[in-house]
Design a protein around this ligand. Structure first.
Ligand SMILES: NC(=O)c1ccc[n+]([C@@H]2O[C@H](COP(=O)([O-])OP(=O)(O)OC[C@H]3O[C@@H](n4cnc5c(N)ncnc54)[C@H](OP(=O)(O)O)[C@@H]3O)[C@@H](O)[C@H]2O)c1
Length: 368
């Protein structure tokens, strides 16, 4: 009997405790959602986006992510990542015509998936608003402004949308760049996009693109580049300073260093696949002091390492990070990077610790 009473008490207590935890969790969720929903203007355009977006490169991809395989389970996880982002207030999604390229066995185009996820969500919640950013691949045989419009219309077709919020040149072309910039301007004037941007553009190319669009009265809204605590090339090559000077938003890709800054990969447990060749056990060993400090900073705020490194990026001002999420848990964690700010001392301490680590090789197109 005693046993019965105590277990009943335990059960009542634990139920109360569960309710309390749920109540706290929902209070936290509500305040996190308010922070995540806050919007910023993208460069000089009229487009407003959430302070953080979600990258959709891994959705449908079999070239780099997903152990070269795509299946129904991964598709459901990607859809859950999309829904969890929207639920938490994050509504900017970054994709590209080449993500999940149909040339690769088993791949599904990321734009097609994103379009489907948006439609399915809108069926249940018609008022939901999502901002789609996609990109034009500057392939060597694509020349002239018309190639941009043709590619954009194909993207819209895959997305199932009449227009997108942001259209970006994925990387500078070997030639044909002037025509591509003209094509971006045409896309705005034809109402196919709200804002235009570039990606992997050097300071010189950025200034040229900005001036060319400015002559038509169109602002260059963004430059999407590789930027994280351990890849700070934009601070050193003039790109960040030029973005700040011209009022162009820097969209930071690979902001958690492809998962490495979350702290889940260690020298004993390095990432598999192509990432394993970049983030080797030797590199991960050199990274440990920084990762330990990131974790300790997070403990001051009850935040995870992932949230700290994303917060560090946003503390640089004029930066919108777009971490990739493969599942709901990853997407939910990103929202916790918003609504608070590490101190300047913590930010500079992390930068100086990171400076001791030689960065990995970036995407070579940055230097084109
Ligand atoms: N413009 C360009 O040239 C360019 C280039 C690269 C990327 N991008 C864009 O930027 C986006 C993000 O970059 P990225 O995907 O290269 O790298 P990232 O955002 O730094 O890392 C994403 C990876 O980290 C892991 N991860 C995500 N959230 C996590 C969490 N909460 N906890 C632990 N692990 C987590 C996941 O991989 P695992 O679970 O497998 O570890 C995920 O795929 C892309 O999706 C794409 O939209 C653009």
């Amino acid at each position: 009997m005693a046993m019965h009473v105590s277990s009943a008490c335990f059960s009542v207590f634990s139920q109360r405790k569960v309710h309390r935890i749920r109540a706290i969790a929902s209070e936290d969720f509500a305040s996190l959602k308010v922070a995540a929903e806050e919007k910023v203007k993208l460069g000089g355009s009229d487009l407003k986006v959430t302070r953080l977006g979600i990258g959709a490169w891994s959705w449908g991809d079999t070239s780099y992510w997903n152990n070269f395989e795509w299946d129904d389970r991964k598709m459901k996880a990607a859809k859950a990542a999309f829904d969890a982002s929207v639920d938490s207030g994050i509504t900017l999604f970054d994709t590209a015509e080449v993500y999940g390229s149909g040339f690769l066995l088993g791949a599904v185009n990321s734009e097609t998936l994103l379009g489907r996820f948006i439609r399915e969500r809108k069926e249940k919640e018609p008022e939901v608003e999502v901002a789609v950013a996609t990109k034009f691949a500057a392939l060597p045989w694509r020349l002239g402004r018309q190639s941009v419009l043709t590619a954009l219309k194909d993207s819209l077709c895959r997305l199932g949308l009449p227009s997108v919020e942001l259209y970006q040149l994925h990387w500078p072309g070997v030639w044909g760049n002037e025509g591509y910039i003209d094509g971006l301007g045409d896309a705005v004037e034809q109402g196919l996009v709200k804002a235009v941007g570039v990606s992997n553009y050097s300071e010189k190319r950025l200034r040229e693109a900005y001036e060319k669009l400015k002559m038509r009265g169109i602002p260059l809204a963004s430059n999407q580049v590789n930027y994280s605590l351990i890849y700070r090339a934009p601070e050193e090559n003039g790109v960040k300073a030029a973005c700040d000077e011209l009022g162009i938003t820097l969209i930071a890709y690979s902001p958690i260093a492809q998962g490495v800054l979350t702290g889940k990969y260690t020298p004993e447990n390095p990432p598999t696949g192509p990432r394993g060749r970049i983030y080797t056990p030797e590199f991960l060993t050199r990274l440990q002091p920084l990762l330990n400090r990131v974790k300790a900073v997070g403990e001051n705020y009850s935040k995870t390492s992932t949230q700290v490194v994303l917060n560090w990026l946003m503390a640089q001002e004029n930066v919108v990070p777009i971490p990739g999420a493969k599942n709901a848990e990853q997407a939910e964690e990103f929202a916790g990077a918003l609504g608070w700010k590490i101190t300047e001392e913590e930010a500079s301490e992390l930068r100086s610790l990171a400076s001791e680590i030689k960065p990995v090789i970036g995407f070579p197109v940055e230097k084109l």
